[in-house]
Design a protein around this ligand. Sequence first.
Ligand SMILES: [Zn+2]
Length: 524
Amino acid sequence: MTEPLVQLYDTTLRDGMQQEGMSVSVEEKVRIAHKLDELGIHFIEGGFPASNPKEVEFFRRMEREHLRGAELVAFGMTRRKGVAAAADENLRVLAEVFTPTVAIVGKTWGLHLSKVLRVSREENLRIIDESVRFLVEQGKRVVYDAEHFFDAWRDDAAYARRCAAAAADAGAAVICLCDTNGASLPGFVAGVTGEIAACLPVAVGVHIHNDSDCAVAASLMAVDAGARHVQGTMNGYGERCGNANLVSVIPALQLKMGLPVLAAEQLERLSETAHFVADICNVAIWAHEPYVGKAAFAHKGGLHVAAVEHAPQTFEHIDPAAVGNEQRILVSELSGKGAVLRRAHDIGLELAADDARVGALLKRLKDREHHGYHYEAADASFDLLLREELAPHEPLFRLESFRVIVEKREDGKAVVEATLKVHVGGERVISTAEGNGPVNALDTALRQAIVSKYPHLAEIELVNYKVRILDENKGTGAVTRVLLDASDGEDVWGSIGVSENVVEASWEALVDSIEYGMVRSQGR
Ligand SMILES: [Zn+2]
């Protein structure tokens, strides 16, 4: 890739996962990495490839995956005190990992050196120097994260400067100044970054936490002051108050600061990417989230609407289409049309823009979204909906009825039994199965019923199941949304079900995931 004006460095998979309650599987991490790659992120920090079996497995998986433009980065830390760099286990892992770029974090702040690490300032400089030098000698491109850099600067600027210089002299390609505690305000960050950028011969970056609610602003001002590398996460995920939100940083760089960090068509995928990651992480995106929130370009009230219809810039700071979002006034027949046409094209259905079926489909989509359906991470269900409208096919089976019984026993065990009556290939089949939960029991019963007709089904496996209650505060009428991921060992696809009843929502998602798997296997 040609060197971008500003490197976008995403750490959702590492720092973002520090957020309370955040947990994604290896498979989901792989999907997120691909999505970030499609968006055009330059570097994807994946974690430390030896911290736990999940991370090991992730790096093992990623070694076989092809990324179009992004580079995966392994993350670790400087050598421990009293150990030679070449003998330090963690550094050796980084030296041996397949990624050409690695990031290591090291100390800068005297407070941490004396109170936590108990090493002298001179020893810390040697630790930085030897750690970076070792990895560079091993052929790695090193991003050096100077932890607590801004706190260190407030404490002793001369020493902070020496730490950054030590990493640069040892051959680091990027010196990333971290506001680890998120304490600093934008003006201060910009001033310090400018000074460091002016005196170091290598690229300077920033990694800003959001404890002062200034992470995006500080990151942008740092770039203005000379930073050429920005770290952050999707939707600002991260511990405590999160990291700099790349979803806001990217369009600001591109559309407002004249720094084209992505291709225009990549930037148009920003909203989709933000919602995809949110859905995978099972976190709702705030409707009023800048750039990508549902309400970011929504208008109500007569005067506003009239003005926006006449000249959108009257109440819109950017063209929403530039970030893949859309203006919302009323249910507009035009909005979303492009997305439907593109998706239809992707699955081999060519359509004219004025085809009446497109309008009907859009109406149905809006209606379903209103009921709680969300298709960003449910590509399989979306495709099936498209096919249903545009190229109807014979369903795999017809459901007559199902029944799920949950039995809680005296010994504490809960047993679930599902009975299913379906019509498949002109035959009526009754199938019963036990499972550890309703989805599992229904899945097993359904497979039993139809697998002889569809042997490929045996290769499809459910890999993930997520439930969210929508409209919790409504009390009655609360709706359950189920997201299900299935895989045939090669690809993973997502499906969705929505109902007031969790079992029914699960069933809907289950049928979609299996149906889509079969449609896929029959070729497009
Ligand atoms: Zn951090």
